[in-house]
Design a binder for this molecule. Sequence first.
Ligand SMILES: Cc1cc2nc3c(=O)[nH]c(=O)nc-3n(C[C@H](O)[C@H](O)[C@H](O)COP(=O)(O)OP(=O)(O)OC[C@H]3O[C@@H](n4cnc5c(N)ncnc54)[C@H](O)[C@@H]3O)c2cc1C
Length: 637
Amino acid sequence: MKLDANVPSGPLEQKWDKHRFELKLVNPANKRKFDIIVVGTGLAGGSASATLAELGYNVKTFCIQDSPRRAHSIAAQGGINAAKTYPNDGDSIWRLFYDTIKGGDFRAREANVYRLAQVSNNIIDQGVAQGIPFARDYGGLLANRSFGGAQVSRTFYARGQTGQQLLLGAYSALSRQIGLGKIKMFPRREMLDVVVVGGKARGIVVRNLVTGKLESHSADAVVLCTGGYGNVFFLSTNAMASNVTAAFRAYKRGACFANPCFTQIHPTCIPVHGTYQSKLTLMSESLRNDGRVWVPKHPGDARSPHQIPDSERDYYLENKYPSFGNLVPRDVASRNAKEKCDAGKGVGETGLAVYLDFTDAIARDGKDVIEKKYGNLFQMYAKITADDPYQTPMMIYPAVHYTMGGLWVDYNLMSTLPGLFVLGEANFSDHGANRLGASALMQGLADGYFVLPYTIGGYLAGTVLEAVASSNQAFVQQERQITERIEKLLAISGKRTVDEIHRQLGMIMWDFCGMARNNAGLEKARGMIQELRTEFWKNVKVPGSKAQFNQSLERAGRVADFLEFAELMIIDALARQESCGGHFNEDFQTGENEALRDDENFCHVAAWEFQGDETDPAFHKEPLEFENVKLTQRSYK
Ligand SMILES: Cc1cc2nc3c(=O)[nH]c(=O)nc-3n(C[C@H](O)[C@H](O)[C@H](O)COP(=O)(O)OP(=O)(O)OC[C@H]3O[C@@H](n4cnc5c(N)ncnc54)[C@H](O)[C@@H]3O)c2cc1C
């Protein structure tokens, strides 16, 4: 297979305009002849469904939750980037593009990232038109704050609930189209396979999670917006239902998986506090605008934070990175926190935490100002920890948060399986080896509102699509395979719960493929995952039946996929013999413990093609050509 990214020729700034002009169009009257399936109703899926329906296509939209507006995107807190340059602080489309490429440690495709920066401004206009209550400054203009990896303020926000407000906007647009009959909404459905007919994606098979019945749906194209796979680590900040199943099953049907080992560990989360925990809570990156990160200078210092004088505190990010200070990108902040804790300077009962301190900000700006900016986040922290962050510094530690890897897509957001498009966190496209804060919402909405609606038209207008009904043999056969798998899971009737095995998998991944990896550990983890997978299929206990609402069965299917997918992550991590962004292989680091890239041998996207359950996947390389930025050692000093 040869990966063709289909990047248009010409100057970077003109590629998207030129491409939009060159793409074939479907005329308005013909749009109603096409059926499109959209799986997922987060920001990517919600915006894509609404826009496609508004254009006139017939859309069928699916999600796991009982309502589209409960998608994981609703949890997003801190904000969304755009190059509006309202604060007049030197920002530009070019700077947003450059910061994103550099933030991703030069492992993203230039043309996609530039387009993202270009359309970022449209998203804000769209949001304002929908009535998103973005924060405003004293004069009534939209306010901005800063996020990591940037020296300008370009993040638009709605307190600590930006994802919720943006999702409500997309949901309103989606609901309007449901009302108009252009979108048929299927909640409580889990997609369990993509159906390929004549070499093209022509539908999906879903399980109705309430009745347990399998349903087949055909279409002219399928759009996956199914989010990220951070829950492979069991503990993460992701919603409990986030999973890899849709993307992984598509991979098994011919869509290549790109850079699966690129995981983002977010530096500011509430530390793990017990073995019965199933979820970690994010404290938004926006807090690093005003909070100061520190640890005691002396290892083992058990005094309370108030008893430690300033001279005995190590504000390590401010000291080591004076230019960016507490707002270094997430990978850098996370690694430094780990380094301090490994050196015995961690705080709290476990020693696996650092302080995020607002004392100076409160003294400078007043409690009411801080409360206005971060009130709901402080409240959430106080509720979970029973500590008052206005009085005592927060304790934070890095946790799994986002996945930069995903299904490989070309410039049109189409995967290597023709007719299968992938949007939002489910694709690999724009963030390289490390995503900058507030850029995921931007990407999901850019994909859904402004990119796919053009590119899918080019595919539909330029492709011969014979009629395919859901009674086609391919659907019947895939329903049969899914039924067999479900029955196999239920028949094991072993001794261990799905969650127990998932937790064990998560610990393997965290220990050996988490914030830091090394070759020996990765090899070891691969064996451990294989053993655990064997154990799962012999000894898992899935109670209940298939013909009912059965969450153990749902989870078992997802964990079975995680157990296979985890090995793909390890294979990818082992193949990338360098460090870059979130992929920090301890065998490759600079004298100052920063990621040491190898641009000569690894300046590429690694895309993996499924070859069968018992065979290693085939490796394909998309070389990354940087014509507009110079590759440099990332420095935030
Ligand atoms: C706590 C938290 C805070 C965050 N804050 C920010 C922030 O401030 N700014 C920022 O830019 N980013 C933030 N992010 C990241 C951002 O929220 C996500 O990357 C983004 O919302 C993903 O959107 P999505 O549309 O791609 O997927 P999701 O919102 O994850 O939606 C996935 C959809 O797919 C559906 N689905 C999944 N699998 C299946 C299946 N098999 N069958 C049917 N349906 C399926 C789900 O039901 C859901 O509707 C945050 C993330 C977290 C965890």
